[in-house]
Design a protein around this ligand. Structure first.
Ligand code: SF4
Ligand code: MG
Length: 323
């Protein structure tokens, strides 16, 4: 079975005193063991909301998250220990996500100590920390140092060691390399892939950067305004993007452009507010193909073969697919 057996979010989001922000709608996918699923889209598209809802940082208002068959919502907020052992998060900004007053060994040990119950288990923690630091490519002699004594890439390695400490099945990584230099990005992505191979880890990888997604993902889900508009195996998506929004994103990504021969779609207009969704298709205010039907009917995800699903009326009316 899948590590993330089922995720189904309908009108879920973070409820603050003010209205629901970054609502997500009808987002549904599954991640298998040893698979890397990327969510891609512009900022505000709801990809971080999905990540935080799975991690139970946000409480879904409707929908379902199942990890290894277990409904995450069945754990109360005060009793999230079993959930934390199954999934861990890595954040965009290792500068902000590591406690500056904690030594690296304590940072890495924290989730592990949360899970240990006996004195024997606790006694094994220091050796385990050494092993983890070595595995992510850090010098164990630096375990007594503080986060500010490390570079950005090293800090992300610390975050990865910390996430790995409880041997989770799923790691949720929200823009884990976007604060790093491009040369360092590749090192961190390769480390994450190696760890996937070694431990059968699954990742939910959130990114706005298509070349990063192309490098790491097995599956790619494209999000727009809180909706998933396309979901496909990586190679299928990059070779044959079907949704106009995916095609626009790809035509604006020069580094991976050479791989296909897709038309130029340049987006005009602003992303509408998620609190004031367009009728019908959420993308219609920026879509060069939009016609009446797009304002009247919300397109639902349709299977177009090879594992690709697309939410666009052009699938039913392909004769309209030319600018
Ligand atoms: Fe564009 Fe219509 Fe497809 Fe939406 S449903 S992406 S508006 S063609
Ligand atoms: Mg975000």
């Amino acid at each position: 079975g899948g590590i993330l057996d089922r995720l189904k979010l309908d009108r879920s989001g973070l409820r603050l005193e003010t209205p629901v922000v970054h609502a997500v709608n009808g987002v549904s996918f599954k991640i298998n063991r040893a698979e890397i699923m990327a969510l891609v889209g512009e900022s505000g598209c709801g990809k971080s909301t999905v990540a935080k809802t799975i991690a139970r940082i946000y409480q879904p208002t409707a929908g379902e998250v199942r990890i290894e068959g277990q409904d995450v919502a069945s754990f109360g907020f005060s009793d999230l220990l079993p959930v934390r052992a199954k999934m861990q998060m890595i954040f965009q900004d290792p500068y902000a996500s590591l406690n500056p007053r904690q030594r690296v060994r304590d940072i890495v040990a924290e989730p592990l100590l949360e899970q240990t119950k006996t004195a024997n288990e606790r006694a094994e923690v220091p050796a385990r920390i050494e092993q983890l630091l070595t595995r992510v490519g850090l010098n164990t002699e630096h375990a007594g140092r503080y986060p500010h004594q490390f570079s950005g890439g090293q800090r992300q390695r610390i975050g990865i060691a910390r996430a790995l400490s409880v041997t989770p099945g799923l790691i949720i990584a929200d823009e884990p390399v976007s604060a790093l230099d491009v040369s360092i990005q590749a090192q961190i992505l390769n480390l994450m892939k190696d760890l996937r191979d070694e431990f059968g880890l699954a990742y939910l990888f959130i990114s706005h950067d298509l070349s990063v997604v192309h490098h790491i993902a097995d599956w790619v889900g494209v999000m727009y305004l809180g909706f998933m508009v396309e979901n496909a195996p990586r190679d299928v998506l990059f070779a044959r993007p079907r949704h106009p929004y995916t095609r626009a994103l790809l035509s604006a990504a020069p580094s991976i452009k050479t791989k296909r021969d897709i038309e130029e779609i340049v987006l005009s207009g602003e992303v509408p507010s998620a609190l004031d969704l367009p009728s019908g298709c959420p993308f219609r205010t920026r879509c060069p193909f939009a016609w009446d039907r797009c304002a009247q009917q919300r397109p639902h995800m349709q299977d177009v073969g090879d594992g690709q699903t697309v939410a666009c009326h052009l699938i039913d009316e392909p004769e309209r697919d030319s600018i």
